[in-house]
Design a protein around this ligand. Structure first.
Ligand code: PNS
Length: 166
């Protein structure tokens, strides 16, 4: 059985993430979407449980996708679960250096850890959780940025009225 892990902060999950998860689910027998911890992103908008719930809601139509959370090294999670690959989306050249470094570090930590990069679709090139958080904090419309099922939850949580003071 070919098992892939799609790791990320998912704070919150976007349509760009969902596109990668959807495409990975067609390439692998099972996909584990893993809410993981990025040491350089200390201030999260959503708790890990909230992030998992949102991912479960928007991936319900994908039979071979499960959601998990792990507060440790990705390489250790792969060893523990017997997963074969890490699947990551690549938006632009700017993503490459960081992702390449992580792929090599994971391979060094666990020689069976293969990273597979899927290129983002043109329409999602600009999209990131940070962009979603920035726009929503000003009360901007994030329709088309996040899955419709979780649009209201995200909009309500992220809006900061103080951002719109003159
Ligand atoms: O969505 P992000 O924040 O770009 O995802 C990065 C993430 C969470 C996948 C990465 O920071 C990670 O793998 N964290 C788990 C801890 C770990 O294994 N770090 C070393 C990676 S070289």
């Amino acid at each position: 059985m070919r098992i892939a892990v799609c790791p990320g902060s998912f704070d919150p999950v976007t349509l760009g993430h969902l596109d990668i998860i959807d495409r990975a689910s067609k390439l692998f027998d099972k996909v584990i979407v893993l809410v993981s911890f990025n040491a350089s992103k200390s201030q999260a908008a959503f708790t890990p449980t909230e992030r998992m719930k949102m991912i479960i809601e928007v991936t319900g139509h994908l039979d071979n996708v499960v959601v998990d959370c792990y507060n440790g090294l990705l390489a250790d999670y792969l060893k523990k679960t017997g997963a074969n690959a890490i699947v990551k989306g690549l938006r632009a050249v700017s993503d490459f250096e960081y992702e390449f470094q992580m792929a090599l570090a994971n391979k060094k930590l666990y020689s069976d850890a293969e990273t597979v990069f899927l290129t983002t679709t043109g329409e999602n090139m600009f999209l990131s959780s940070s962009v979603v958080k920035e726009i929503a904090s000003f009360g901007g419309d994030i329709t088309g940025f996040v899955p419709p099922q979780i649009l209201d939850t995200i909009t309500e949580r992220l809006y900061k009225p103080e951002n719109n003071r003159d």
